[in-house]
Design a protein around this ligand. Sequence first.
Ligand SMILES: CC(C)(COP(=O)(O)OP(=O)(O)OC[C@H]1O[C@@H](n2cnc3c(N)ncnc32)[C@H](O)[C@@H]1OP(=O)(O)O)[C@@H](O)C(=O)NCCC(=O)NCCS
Length: 152
Amino acid sequence: MTGASGERQMRRMTEEDIPDVIEIEKRSFISPWTRGMFAQTLESPVARNLVMTESGDIVGYVIFYQAGLEMHIMNIAVHPALRRQGIGLDIMKRVIESARINSVEECFLEVRETNFPAQGLYERLGFKRIGKRRGYYTETNEDAIVMALSLE
Ligand SMILES: CC(C)(COP(=O)(O)OP(=O)(O)OC[C@H]1O[C@@H](n2cnc3c(N)ncnc32)[C@H](O)[C@@H]1OP(=O)(O)O)[C@@H](O)C(=O)NCCC(=O)NCCS
C-alpha cells in the first residue's frame, strides 16, 4: 500500500471486494458491518456501494442509499494507514457531485458524538447539525448527531 494519490479511482464495489473492505471496516469501527451486511447492500436496488482504489488497492469505500430526492450516507471509511491525505474528502465530493447530477436535494447522515474526524470532514463539506438521536449506537449507548447537506 503506497498511499500515492496519482491513480485514485472510484468504482462499484463487487462481492470479491468484500474481504478487503471488511479489513478496513474492522479497523475503523467498534461494531463493524459483517460480510452479510455488505452483501445485502450490494443486492439492494436503492443502495450504492463504491470503492476508492489507488494503483488497484482499495483505500476506502462508501455506501449510501438514494430514495427520491434524498440521499443517506450509511457507511464510509478510509484505510487507517492512509488517513488525513484527502481520500475521505475525495470520496465524499464525488458522492455529492453524483447526487447533484441525480437531482438529490438533501443528503443525510448520522455520526457518533465522539467521532471528531468524521464530523470535521462533514463540516468541511458544508453539512450542518440538524438533530440528535439518543442512544442510537446501542453497544455504547452513544448519541448520534444527525447532519444534513442541502444541495438545492
Ligand atoms: C472519517 C474518515 C473517513 C476521514 O477520512 P480521511 O481520508 O482521513 O479524511 P481527509 O484526509 O479527506 O480529511 C478531510 C478533512 O476532514 C477533517 N478531518 C479528517 N480527519 C480528521 C481528524 N483526525 N481530526 C480532525 N479533523 C479531521 C479535516 O477538516 C480534514 O481536512 P484537513 O486534513 O485539510 O485538515 C476517516 O477518519 C475514517 O475512516 N474514520 C473511521 C471510520 C469513520 O468514522 N467513518 C465515519 C462514520 S460516520
